[in-house]
Design a binder for this molecule. Structure first.
Ligand SMILES: Cc1cc2nc3c(=O)[nH]c(=O)nc-3n(C[C@H](O)[C@H](O)[C@H](O)COP(=O)(O)OP(=O)(O)OC[C@H]3O[C@@H](n4cnc5c(N)ncnc54)[C@H](O)[C@@H]3O)c2cc1C
Ligand code: FES
Length: 293
């Protein structure tokens, strides 16, 4: 078992009604996309992605869902928890033009990632999606970074109307769409003379295509996104039920390759994604039993 560290909660920030960011003053050796296992000593240990990480501190952003996260929400600054990690694979660091597609409480991991991508010199467009304005998080934090951040909500209450994938579809289509240039007047018109018009033409927009697309969000969001990414390289971050997080229990394996999401994932590349038959069809519960989406 890996080394466990007991840490004091240094800061707690409210992001939305049921979402909080917990910060710890500890130098965590972590890469974007990786996660930690956290326990409050009262039962259970749960995985959380790293939403920020500097030389002095790191943060996780948590959505209150069930028993464990509800207990975590009762903690105060100065209370202790215990962590191990960071674990798992991390995102490929592209230096080029990239699109980040995020949904819900899985978006914050892109904050840490965007900062690392910016240092590498990447040109970043981020789609930050949520169901409603009340559930939308991290807009202000992303605004402080030198990236193109597009906010979206399913009901249109904040930013673009539509899911993060709806917005991604528009953006990805736009970079390939040809535009009709209107007929251009090139000389003074004479009656019955058409030579003064230069014919209109379909012109390909001179927009550089995205070199890489990254997604972090509900599995069905990524399943809907995948068919839009033909010809583009991509990586997806998975959140499946994890217990040991070190590749022993087998609870997080994916068919038919048997890859363990806690070791070979949670970030999976396109090459592996194309071979996974269970993606978007079923996942496993705490007992390892298959549960259909
Ligand atoms: C790699 C990874 C990164 C994650 N990052 C975050 C994050 O940054 N923020 C966040 O809020 N949540 C994150 N999660 C999910 C988080 O671990 C669960 O929401 C949390 O464990 C719920 O616990 P609970 O007792 O409150 O809810 P429960 O009532 O026990 O469970 C509610 C739902 O949470 C999920 N869940 C429960 N236990 C686990 C577990 N051990 N592993 C994975 N999923 C579980 C299941 O889908 C379950 O149906 C991540 C999960 C994984 C695998
Ligand atoms: S959680 Fe045990 S093998 Fe992945």
């Amino acid at each position: 078992m890996d080394k466990r560290i007991t840490l004091k909660i240094a800061k707690i920030e409210d992001e939305a009604k049921d979402i909080k960011t917990f910060t710890f003053k500890h130098k965590l050796d972590a890469k974007p996309g990786q996660f930690i296992m956290l326990t409050d000593f009262e039962g259970g240990e749960k995985p959380f992605s790293i939403s920020d990480c500097t030389k002095e501190e790191f943060s996780i952003t948590v959505k209150r869902i069930g028993e464990f996260t509800s207990r975590l929400f009762q903690k105060c600054v100065g209370d202790y928890v215990s962590i191990r990690g960071a674990y798992g694979s991390s995102f490929f660091i592209s230096k080029n033009k990239v699109l980040l597609v995020g949904g819900g409480y899985a978006v914050p991991t892109f904050y840490f990632f965007a900062k690392v991508l910016l240092e590498a010199g990447a040109d970043i467009t981020l789609i930050n999606g949520a169901r409603t304005k009340a559930e939308h998080i991290f807009a202000d934090r992303f605004n402080e970074l030198d990236i193109k951040a597009i906010n979206a909500t399913d009901d249109g209450s904040f930013g673009e109307k539509g899911t993060a994938v709806d917005v991604a579809e528009r953006i990805l289509a736009n970079q390939l769409v040809s535009k009709l240039q209107p007929n251009k007047l090139v000389s003074k018109p004479q009656l019955g003379d058409t030579k003064h018009f230069q014919a209109g033409a379909w012109k390909r927009e001179n927009k550089k295509k995205f070199d890489f697309v990254y997604a972090s969000g509900p599995e069905m969001m990524m399943k809907t996104l995948q068919p839009l990414l033909k010809g583009v390289d991509y990586e997806f971050l998975f959140e499946r039920y994890m217990k040991c997080a070190i590749g022993i229990c087998g609870n997080c394996t994916m068919d038919p390759l048997g890859i363990r999401l806690c070791v070979e994932g949670p970030v999976l590349p396109k090459k592996l994604m194309e071979q996974l038959t269970e993606f978007g069809k079923y996942h496993r519960d705490a007992a390892g039993k298959r549960v259909k989406y």
